[in-house]
Design a protein around this ligand. Sequence first.
Ligand SMILES: *Cc1c(COP(=O)(O)O)cnc(C)c1O
Length: 380
Amino acid sequence: MHDNTKIIKATTVKDPLTGAVNTPIALSSTFYQNDFDHFGEFDYSRSGNPTRKAGEQAVAALEGGEFGYLYSTGMAAISSVLSIFSQGDHLLVTKFVYGGTFRILDDVLSRFGISHTFVDPTNLDEVKAAIQPNTKAIYIESPSNPVLKVTDIPAIVKIAKAHDLITIADNTFMSPVLQKPLSLGVDIVVHSATKFLSGHSDILAGAAVTNDPGLASRIYFIQNAFGATLGVTDTFLLVRGIKTLGVRMAQSSKSAQQIAEWLEAQPQVTRVCYPGLKSDPGYAIQQKQATNGGAVLSFDVGSAENAKILAESLTIPEFSVSLGGVETILSYPPKMSHAEMSPEEQLACGITPGLLRFSVGLEDPEDLIADLAQGLAKCN
Ligand SMILES: *Cc1c(COP(=O)(O)O)cnc(C)c1O
C-alpha cells in the first residue's frame, strides 16, 4: 500500500459500536468493568483510552511500526523515551539536537545520573570514538534543526548494532511520509507531532514508535508511570490533521525546493541550508534515505541586522516559533528555538547571527518568493 492510501486507511477506523468512520472522542477517565475478576482492555485513561489507541495505531502504521505511543508534547515523548535509561547509562547525542532535547539532557537527565556526549554525527569516526563501556544509545535527528544537517542513518545504525546500542531518531522534520527511520534500522522513532503530523499549528503533541516488543514495554511502562499522555480531544485533532499529511508534505516540500533554489541565487543570501539542493553537503545521503529535502529550510542573510530587516519586511509568513503548519512560519533560531544555547554553542552548530528558518506552508510559492524578494531588497 502506498503512503496516501495508508494514511487514509490508518485514520479511518470504523467505530465498532456505531459505524462512525472517525473514532469518537472517548471523554472518559474511567471505564466500567463488567466482571469482578476479569477487567476489560480499558480501565483508566492514563493507562489506555480507545481514542488515544486509534491515534497511536495510526502513527505507528505510518512509521511502519507495530507499537505507537502518544504524549502531550514532543518533549514529553522525548523525555519519556529517554527515561527508559537508568542511572549510570551514557548516551551519544547529535550535537545538532533540538534545543529542548539539549535542555532535558544537560539540565535534567544529568541530575539523575544519565550522562551524554554530544557528537558530530556526520563524522562517523568521532561517533565510534565516543562510545564508552556504559553507552546505551545513539540519539539522532535528520535533517537537524535548524541548519538541516543530514545524518547518514544507516551508517549510524551500523555502528550502533556493532556495539549493541539502541538507535533513537527524531523524525519531526521529515514526517513518516518523507522518511521512515524504522525501515533504515532505527529502533525508536520520536516526533514532535505538534509540527507536520498535526499540521495546523493548533495542538501540542508527541509520539514514539518502535517495532521491538522489549523496547515497547519499557516505553509503555514509562508512558503510564509518568502519565504525560495526549488528551483525547487533541488526539482527535491530530488524527484529523494526519489525514492530509501526504498532500501537505508533497506540496510544501515542492515549494521549499523552489524557494531554496531561488534563495541560492540571491546576492543578499550568504548560505542556504536545504538538503534538496545539489550544493548541500547532505544532498547525496538525503537522496538515499528520504524522498526529498522536506519543507523546512534555513538561510543566512549575513547579519543579525539583516535578519531583523527581513523579518520585519515580510508580509506572508508568520514570524513565530514552531514549524510544520499550513502557514509559512519564519523564525529566528538564535533568539527563539535555540536561545537556550550560549552564542559559542550556537556558532559551533552553525547557528549564525544572520540565520533565519523558513517552514514552508501551503501558500503559492510564487507569492512567497515575491515577498522574500521585496524583503531582501531592503537588506544591506
Ligand atoms: C518542536 C520540536 C520538538 C519538541 O516538540 P514540542 O511538541 O514542542 O514539545 C522536538 N524535536 C524537534 C525536531 C522539534 O522541532
